[in-house]
Design a protein around this ligand. Sequence first.
Ligand SMILES: [Zn+2]
Length: 220
Amino acid sequence: MPKDVLRLQQHLGDDEGAWPKHCVIEVPSEIKADIDRVVEAVEVAHINPQKAKTIIGVVNSEAMKRWFIDVALWSGSWRAQRRISADVTNTKKSIRRPIRQKLLEELFNRDGWQCRYCGNPVGGNRKHFKKFAKQIDMPELIYGRSDETRHGIYLMMMASYDHVVPVNSGGSNETQNLVTACWPCQFGKYRFTLEELGIDVPQSYSSNSLDDWKGIAGIF
Ligand SMILES: [Zn+2]
């Protein structure tokens, strides 16, 4: 059950008709603005690492972390329960088979390195974050093995993927069933189907906010 039901309620509200249709929960605008700052920092890091470090320095890591842990992680469960009564049946364990790195990069390229649910840009994997952190001399970007100790940027911009039809509902590892997803959307969606969450098919959704973004991976 959600740790912080009030915060979820505040974000989604009681009116189901007003809930976002393309993702489980919208990223607050202050956090979106900070994500844009990270994109800017990544793009200048090679030419001017100090400038990149200054930009990253104003990003509110704590706000990202709190939103990720207290709200995003619980949003799918909360939303599904509100929609399909308290009796959520789709909770059996599933085995996710790993996807090859090469296939993943093809997937991220196909999706423009942007989450197909919320539209936010994703950066890359741990290796890419590590190179970026080294370039701008900010090792704290990649510290931490738990969500509480990780940097907010890492939590918000790790490049991941989602099975649109969940594995526990018979979804396959075929690329047409996979979309690029940020961690908040991937974990927020959890094991629920689009129908249970009341969201549209994500493959066709794109915010088109960044034309030539290729993640941290495209630069480092
Ligand atoms: Zn997302």
